[in-house]
Ligand binder design. Sequence first.
Ligand code: BGC
Length: 329
Amino acid sequence: MKPQSTLLFYTLSGVLFIISFVGMLIYGYKTFYIETENVQSTDYAYHFALIAEESNNDYWRLIEEGAMRAANENDIYIEYVAPEKADNDSMLRLLDRMISAKVDGIIIQGVEGDRFVNLVHKGIERGISIITTDTDVKSSERKVYVGTNNFYAGELAGKAILENTTGEQYVGIVTGRYDAINQQERIAGFKKKVKESGRIHIVEVKESNITEIGASQAAYSLLKQHPNITVLFGTSALDGIGMVDGLDEIAPNNDIYIISFDVLPETLDLITQDKIDATIAQYPEEMGYRSVNVLIELQQKDLLEKQQYTETEIIEKEDLLRRKNGDGK
Ligand code: BGC
């Protein structure tokens, strides 16, 4: 190579090397940088996390809606996270992750067991306000619970059955998940309420996994195994809808008293069509809204009323008609 070409070659190689080196520094940093500091954006007053039982569940989406409404009113950033399918283990991992991310506050469904209690302790020790919604764990250090009084809600279901049936009744229960505390409390409240009468008998409890299809299968097999069932009671939001399907499959003309939970639009339609007799209303949008406001208050003061119950009531067809005609709530 001529001396001139050699110089040009080395100059070009040098320039190329510098460009690649600078590029590597910029892109390499972006690729491997892991945010370890508080992820709170400076555009917001606070960064809260809402950890739901299941991401695309209509009931939890209503809690999210309420939380977002409060967040918009108060300049809050809400991160909605949840397992794709209900699962305690994944929820606990999300809780741990949010604690490590040092958010300002966490709203979570209470989870059964020591791991939850220990994680809440860890979060509170690190100065993060943690509250429960929908399901409480009284034994944890959570600052506040916002949601239904689940034991009372179960009693209400018992009351509806006592008032609307006569004689011996055989109840098949479809429950969301055996290991969900709110489901256990609803069943306990129900049992306590109907016990005194001596004429209401629980035949079996089956799980729906909080899905409509699960509830349909549970109702189907309950009725197949126990044709003497006269009442079906569903304890989570999609159970009533699924139970109607299951009943249609196996015994379409059987006049079973059906009581469900929640007021999702499809449940209300089935009440109007006389396919569901009554439902226990909860107010998830209100839970989300109040939870965010409670977390805001907790940023200023530490002690608030520990159990903040949202409304719960029995809804039957007459209530819906009354509402449609403009009288009543
Ligand atoms: C319960 C929630 C549950 C939902 C499932 C509601 O009745 O309160 O805990 O996640 O049903 O659809």
